[in-house]
Ligand binder design. Structure first.
Ligand SMILES: CC(C)(COP(=O)(O)OP(=O)(O)OC[C@H]1O[C@@H](n2cnc3c(N)ncnc32)[C@H](O)[C@@H]1OP(=O)(O)O)[C@@H](O)C(=O)NCCC(=O)NCCS
Length: 182
């Protein structure tokens, strides 16, 4: 039986192993890790799935800033160990995480992930919403989700780590005209 619950400090090593296997040992070089630099994960929003005493999957969230001062939660990583996949553990973790974000008053969730997976929960391309991030990250991997309707109205600009100074931005990847018609 799968149980979803808050991530525990005692599981740290097992979780690191799971993440290394899911994303590779060089995972910390990924652009998404730049968004976590210098910050602590949002502990109340981090969950694990356990099965027979072992970690079967995890989801974490981190604080980020959009534009000059709009707070958002960064979803990531989400990972399920290989032999436990395709049993909705990932889906349960995403739903649980998003519910917890909403309950804690968050309005916007950003993710650097796979639209083919996260799209099923309502994530959309963030550049279509005039958000900016590292141009090396493809449009269909830079995603955003509104936890409350119209949370993105009037919100534009670069997504950055909550620890970054204001004004640190990435250049836009394409002119906005192209993005609007994409
Ligand atoms: C993505 C991941 C967390 C999904 O976990 P899971 O528990 O197997 O997911 P679920 O059981 O909820 O969903 C399975 C469905 O998602 C699909 N899926 C899984 N990974 C996918 C991906 N990268 N792209 C598109 N679809 C994906 C499966 O094909 C399956 O589709 P179906 O429902 O049409 O059969 C897991 O595959 C994983 O850990 N992947 C490696 C880490 C990773 O890429 N994380 C980032 C994802 S944004």
């Amino acid at each position: 039986m799968i149980r979803i619950g808050p991530e525990r400090d005692a599981d740290a090593r097992e979780i690191e192993t799971l993440l290394d296997r899911a994303f590779g040992p060089d995972r910390t070089a990924r652009p998404s890790y730049a968004l976590r630099h210098g910050t602590e994960r949002l502990r109340g929003l981090c969950f694990s799935a356990r099965e027979e005493g072992r970690i079967a999957g995890i989801i974490r969230f981190w604080p980020v800033i959009i534009g000059q001062d709009v707070a958002a939660a960064l979803l990531g990583p989400i990972a399920v160990r290989i032999k436990s996949r395709n049993r909705e553990i990932g889906a349960r973790l995403v739903r649980r995480g998003l519910r917890a974000c909403r309950e804690e008053g968050h309005r916007i969730v950003v993710a650097i992930g796979t639209k083919a997976y996260l799209g099923r929960f309502g994530f959309e391309g963030a550049r279509m919403q005039d958000l900016e991030f590292d141009p090396a990250v493809e449009d269909d991997r830079f995603l955003v989700y509104e936890l409350v309707p119209d949370a993105l109205d009037g919100v534009t600009g670069a997504v950055r780590a909550a620890s970054s100074p204001k004004g640190q931005t990435h250049k836009r990847r394409r002119p906005s005209v192209q993005r609007a018609s994409a």
